[in-house]
Design a protein around this ligand. Sequence first.
Ligand SMILES: NC(=O)c1ccc[n+]([C@@H]2O[C@H](COP(=O)([O-])OP(=O)(O)OC[C@H]3O[C@@H](n4cnc5c(N)ncnc54)[C@H](O)[C@@H]3O)[C@@H](O)[C@H]2O)c1
Length: 330
Amino acid sequence: MRSWTRIFRGKSALVTGGLGFIGSNLARTLLGAGAKVTVVDSLQPEYGGRRRNLAGLSGRLAVHIADIRDGRRMAGLVKGKDYVFNLAGQTSHWDSMEDPMTDLDINCRAQLSLLEACRRHNPEVRIVFASTRQIYGKPERLPVREGHPLRPVDVNGINKLAGESFHLLYARVHGMRASALRLTNTIGPRMRVKDGRQTFVGVWIRCLVEGRPFEVWGGDQRRDFTYVDDAVEAFLLAASRPEADGQVFNLGGPPPVSLIELAEVLVEANHGGSFVIKAYPADRKKIDIGDYYADFSLISSRLGWRPRTDLRTAVSRTLAYYRRELPHYL
Ligand SMILES: NC(=O)c1ccc[n+]([C@@H]2O[C@H](COP(=O)([O-])OP(=O)(O)OC[C@H]3O[C@@H](n4cnc5c(N)ncnc54)[C@H](O)[C@@H]3O)[C@@H](O)[C@H]2O)c1
C-alpha cells in the first residue's frame, strides 16, 4: 500500500478541472483511497473535460458544472474541504496566442480569485496547483532544474507562471499550505485525442487507433513523458506531506526520447501503423520550446516520488484504452 493511501480516507477533496484528463484520473484515485470527492469543471466544449471521464461513478462523488472564474460559486465549493487539487486550466499554447484574454482570465485571474476564496473561507486547506514545464521556455541547460530561468515563450506560459507564483506567494505571505507541480507531457487514458490542443501525442494515438498515418513535425526534439498514474501520485504526495508546502517541484519521465523514437515506440506498441515526418510549421516554431526534459531529483529526494511507469507500458495502456473508448472522445 502506498504511503498516502490511508491519509485521504474520509477526507474531503475538491478537484478543479476534475472532468479533464489528469483531474478525472486523480478524482478516481482519491475515491479509491476513500476520500469524499467533489469536482468542479466548466465543461466548455473546446477544453478537455468530458463526463465520460467519470462514467460509472454517479452517486459516489459530487460533480459541479461551474466556472472557476465565478468567485462566489468557488467560495462555496472550497468551504470545508481538506484539500484543493487545482487543475482547471486553458491548456492550448496556440489558443493562448489567438485569444490571450481568455487564457489570462482562467490561468491567471481565476487562480488568484480561488486563492482568495481559500484564504477567506478555508485558510487551513492544503492546495496543490498544476503548473507546467512551459514556464521555463526554451531550455538553456538540460535536464531542466527548478532553478532554471523562467522565460515562457507564449501567453499560456506567462499566465501559468503567474498562477503558480500566486500559489507560492500565498504560502509565503499568508502561511497557506500551497505547493505547485511543474508537469511535463503527461499521457494516459482520458487524455485528449480529438485534436492537438492538449498534446500532439493524443492526435497520434487517435490516428493509430483509426488506422491512419500520423504526422511528426520535426522529429529530433527530445521530450520526457509522465504516465498519468505517476502524475496523480505526485499530486497526492504533495498534498499529504507538510514539507511540500510552499515548494515547487518538477515532474519528469523515464529517459527522454526524440519524437521520432516516441513515434516508433507507439507503432511498435500498436503492432502496426505508420507516420510521416514533416517540417515544423513556421508559425508554430515561434512558440516551440525545442528539447526539454526535467531533472526531477528534488521531488524524489523530498517526497520520494519517482515515475514508475516506463514509456512502452504507458503508451500500451493508453492505446488499449482508446481501442475501447475512442468513439466517446471524438
Ligand atoms: N496534460 C499535460 O501534459 C499537462 C502538462 C503541463 C501542465 N498541465 C496542467 O495540468 C492541468 C490539467 O491538464 P489536463 O491535461 O488534464 O487538461 P484538460 O483540458 O483535460 O483538463 C483541464 C480541465 O479544466 C477545465 N476547465 C478549463 N477552464 C475552466 C474553468 N474556467 N472553470 C472550470 N473548469 C475549467 C476543462 O473543462 C478541463 O476539464 C492544467 O492546468 C494544465 O495546464 C498538463
